[in-house]
Every structure is written in C-alpha cells, then in structure tokens.
Design a protein around this ligand. Sequence first.
Ligand code: NAD
Length: 498
Amino acid sequence: MTTTAVTDQTERALLARIPTGLYIDGRWTEAADGGRFEVVDPSTETVLATVADARPDDGDRALAAAHAAQPSWGRTPPRVRAEILRQAFELVTIRAEDFALTMTLEMGKPLAEAHAEVSYGAEFLRWFGEEATRISGRYSTAPDGANRLVVTRRPVGPCLLITPWNFPLAMATRKIAPAIAAGCTMVLKPAALTPLSALLLAEVLEDAGLPPGVLSVIPTTDPGSVSGPLLSDARLRKLSFTGSTPVGRRLIAASADQVLRVSMELGGNAPFIVFEDADLDAAVEGALAAKLRNGGEACVAANRFLVHRSLADEFGQALAARMSSVTVGRGTDPATRLGPLINAAAVARVGRLVDGAVAAGARLALGGRALDGPGHFFPPTVLTDVPAGADILDEEIFGPVASIVPFDTEDEAVRLANATPFGLVCYVYTRDLDRGLRMGERLETGMLGLNTGVVSNPAAPFGGVKQSGLGREGGREGIEEYLETCYIGVADPFAAFG
Ligand code: NAD
C-alpha cells in the first residue's frame, strides 16, 4: 500500500524522474525524426508527459543491438542472469511507489490495485531469476543401445515483445523476465497509451546490471510500421504478443515469413458460472473481484455471469448492491475503488454494448450510462436476463459491466460457457468437488478458477486455448517459450571398448 500522500507536487516530481526517450543499446535517445507523442491521464484528460515516438529506423537500431548482444548474452552464466533479475526485483520493490503512481497516472487504476500490480509484476523477476539456474537437458541411451542422446536447451534468440496498456508493468515483466532468464535479447514495444511504466522499468533493469543491447524499449504511435519490418527481418527469432485477438491474428500471419516462434496472450470472454449449490456470499465476493479488478479492463475479467435460475435473482440483487457502493474516481484518491476507462473510445464501446443489451431485452439493474467528464468514467453496471444473441455476450466488454444469464442444467451451463471462440479463463462456483473437477475437463479453457475470482499467479502457467492464444507465461512453462531444444546424437562410447 502507498505510504506517501499523493499531491500534485508528488506527481510532478515523479513525472520529472521518468525517462521519456527511446532506450536503445543501453542509451536514451530521441526518435529518428525527433517526433514525440503525448501521454494522457484518463482521469483528467491532461497531458502527463511527451515520449519519443519510434520510427522504423529506430526499430532497426534496436534489433541490430539485440542481434549484436545475443551471442555474448546467450553465453552469460545463468547465475549472472539470475542475479540481475533478483536485483531488478529488489529495485522494483524499493521503487514500488513510483511504479504504482506511474500506472495510476497513465492507466487510471486505483493506487491499491497499482500496488498489487507492482507486487505481481516484480514477482516475475524473482520467479524467473530462480528459474534461470534450473534450465536443464538430458542424457540417455537410445532404445537400440547404439547411440547416446544428449538433449540441450539454448536461447531462442532476439525477441520482439509487444504489450498492452491494461497492465503496463506486469505484462512487460511477464515477458522480459523469462527472456532474460533464458538468455535471449529483446526489443520491447509497449502500448503508446501507457509507455511510462515500461521506460521506468528499462531504467531499473539497467541499474540492476543488464548489459547494453539486451533490452531496448521503443514506444511508438505507429506500431504496424515499426513492427512490420522487424517481423520480416531474419535477425529476429521470436514474437511474444499480449493484446487483442484481431491484432494477434495479423501478427501471427506476419510472423509466417520468417517462421518465427510465436507466443500469443489474446482476448477472453470469461464465463463465471454459479451453480445452485454454490456459497452465494463467496460467489458474490468472487464476482466482484473477477469483474471489477482493473475496472473490468482485464483479459481475465468475468464477461458473462451464468447463474443457476434458482439463484439468479438473488445473485443479481446482491451483486448490484455491492457494486452500487463502489466509489468511482481518480485512482490517486484513496477512497477510489473504480477508476476511469482508458479513453473516450472505450467509454463509447461499453455504452454501445449496454444499450444493445437493453434493446435486446436485458434489464438494467444498476448504472448503464457514462458519467460526465472530465475523465473517461463509466459506472458499475449490472444487466440481468441478458438474452442470447446480445453483442455483450459475444464481445470482450473491457469495462465494469456484469451481464447475468440464467441457466437450468449443468449441460446448458457448459454449452453456453463454451459457445465462444475464446478460451482463456472460466470461473466456477460449486460446493460439489466432483462437479468442480468435471468442469475442469468439460470447459474449453486454459485456466479455471474454482470457487475463486482470481487465478493470476507468477508461479502458474497463464494462457488460453482456442482464439485466446498460444503458449503460456509464468510458471515453469513460461521459460520454455524462450528456449530451443538441440539434440546431439553421440556414437556409442562402448563401440570400440570391447
Ligand atoms: P491491442 O491489440 O490493440 O494492442 C496491444 C499491443 O499491440 C499494443 O502495444 C499496440 O500498440 C500493439 N499493436 C496494435 N496494432 C499493432 C500492429 N498492427 N502491429 C504491431 N503491434 C500492434 O490491445 P490493447 O487494447 O492494448 O489491449 C487489450 C487487449 O489485450 C484485450 O483484448 C485483452 O484481452 C488483451 N489482453 C490479453 C492478456 C492475456 O494475457 N491473454 C493480457 C492483457 C490483455
């Protein structure tokens, strides 16, 4: 939690400390054409900073640095890489207030949630620091006894990392940390809406001892023009992307030319299923966490509340009552539980989804209309009896809107839950353990929250199936995305032994 009261002066002092150039090959530089863009506070619509706006030439410089640094970095002892990550963990933790306030200012989330993200984001640095020294291979005898099989692991090579605006620190460390641990060099392109957290992180990683060229950070307002040439450049070996499914799909196609390794953390449409035997109070608590965390602007946000008909009214009333007491405001205010959406387009989109649901026959139990500015605020909103076919059930809402759909049987709940091209996370509330485990087998999902509304954990494999993505981040699996397997066949050492 924050220990320093946030004043205008605190904000100005922090903003003055955050680097705003491009970080390329261990140096802070301006963009090739000297261009800069504005970073805006979504709570006040005021400009927080201007940041260098990378052009394709800057991307090329960053990739050249990553390519040049790869051989020596790949040979760095794992313990050295581990110590850099550990030191970075310590420094992010020491500077937690700076990171939290930076995220609150540029993204809007309440300070308490920003602090939670600092802990979560820092933990990837510690976790993968520990994993760096545990990369191992194997030595075995071929089944026919003729050869020995030596299997080794090595870094994939230079990576392009592209991250979204909703978790500006954690989405970056979730990629950077395993890449460092594996011995890969990288170019990070953060979202233009929230570049400051990533620039601060670059400074901390440099302070932690990361050598020049291993990480470059290139914010840009023209991501397609900057990333396009990198994806078709033979020096790049991997793309790791977190963002929307439509952009991810395009980037997978663009990665085909060089047959890049790709990791994709894409959109979701999480069902939150409440069975008739659920602990209702616990389900409402879990729903609040799964819906309002990050203002609903999370890929793991509960998007559709599928509630057994016997509980649907009671659940809807209890959730609306809890959500109606949530304080909406600027994230720097300690009373704030719900901050703004990221921009005006997000407010318009959420408004359209709510209006569409009401027009289709849903009942509005709470909220429903954007709040007056300045700031992009949308209030907690609850819709009940949302009919099949409403866009709000098919699209990622990315806002504080809960849509409740009643169901009658387990089969119906499973059918509704799986009726989406996404498969990132599902939440299930039931007291029946068999049913809970059965859901783990019946639901098409990469993750399942059983009687909990929060699944993210640096020690767990995060990721989705279907159009929610490819690969996993975090856990023991996370480092695998940055490692190649090399097999060495060795002649039988006993062949001439007699
Ligand atoms: P987005 O797809 O618009 O942007 C994500 C990133 O891609 C940004 O850095 C953006 O600048 C960049 N980008 C956009 N167009 C590009 C292009 N043509 N070439 C290269 N880069 C491009 O997504 P967003 O609005 O920033 O983030 C929200 C989305 O991210 C949601 O769909 C959410 O579900 C998803 N998300 C997924 C996870 C996960 O782990 N599965 C986590 C967080 C967010």
